[in-house]
Design a protein around this ligand. Sequence first.
Ligand SMILES: Cc1ncc(COP(=O)(O)O)c(C=O)c1O
Length: 409
Amino acid sequence: MTTTNASGADLFGQRTRTLLDELEASGQYKHLQMIESPMGPSIDIRGVGTVDCFCSNNYLGLANHPEVVEAGIEGLRKWGGGTASVRFICGTFTAHEQLEQQISSFLGTEAAYTFVSCWTATEALFPTVCDPGDVIVSDELNHACIIDAMRLTTAIKKGVNKAVYRHSDMDHCREVLAQARQTAGTNGVIWLVTDGVFSMEGDLGNLPGLRKLCDEFGAMLVVDDSHGTGVMGETGRGTHEYWGMDPSQIDIFTGTLGKALGGGAGGYLAGTRSAMEMIVQRARPTLFSNALPCTVAASAAKAIEIVAREPERVAKLRSNTEKAREGIRKSGFEVLESPTAICPIIVHDTAKAIAMSKRLLELGSFAIGFGFPVVPEGEARIRVQISAAHEDAHLDRLCRNLVTLKSEY
Ligand SMILES: Cc1ncc(COP(=O)(O)O)c(C=O)c1O
């Protein structure tokens, strides 16, 4: 008897249609906005018009800075598209060498190594540095790239363990570390990983508290400072600077070039020279995937140069953020308090958050509504992100629009 197999294309087509219909029916389908201008404090959205942008991570206004743009063009002229190969086979352009030196000297580490994204950097890190017997300990609200890197590590390296502590709960973290130490014994390494700034809450990882716990349990501290670099601390070095910590107190930094530092793309690891050497020798994304395009590397290097040269941008971001937070409070909305440029306005209900962000867009301020499952049920929010590029007029318009919104909801 012969059986007829259903066609893969039919099965996949059906599966896809079911998912897309479900997403549309539950209001979770993501409709991408088409932007017809460069990223800036105001942008042109197809079918909407010019609106003030409060949902980009363009914290320092460098995404369309003339020097950053020019450096990218010059990078393309000088080095072309890329090596058309991975770095260990064909070599490294001096654009990457220079960028990595700039990242390490900006952060205060011995060395740095770049990737096409922070996502890739994080997935390069843990499977490479962890050995069987090690334990990765993670805050429950860490970014998805950390969660996936942990899943990848434990799947491909048998004997690596993971454990999660309640968000920023130092007592629970201590309990989890004590358990991790038992699991790791005397030969296993514990890797404690936290976001520097948590992207949905806008709050800070308690780096001094975590460092203390790491010292007590002999653990390594890894900080993803994607939303902290260029933003936190007097000179924008990051969350460790905000807390008054020496960079040597963070064992490994992970970060992105796709937010404050130029906004194009790219990520990095930074730490000791030997740790970076290990990444070069062993990390699979390093060995089997191309480098960051030179044009992006050159733009990011210029962005870092500008941040170091113009700390007043960081100060402007800080004062803009204080002004925005005050205006949001005055409009009657509840904003999660923190010193970061991420201001989540809690509206609780997912459908309401989405409807309110749509209305806010009509009024001329672009800020995205996040609901379940991105944030826990009942904690839906509109996330407002502030930039040094915003002027008083943008912030005043936002606050006026929030007053209108509050009167309608
Ligand atoms: C905390 C955090 N880490 C990592 C990333 C990923 O960065 P990239 O876009 O460079 O992969 C993001 C981006 O959303 C982030 O918020």
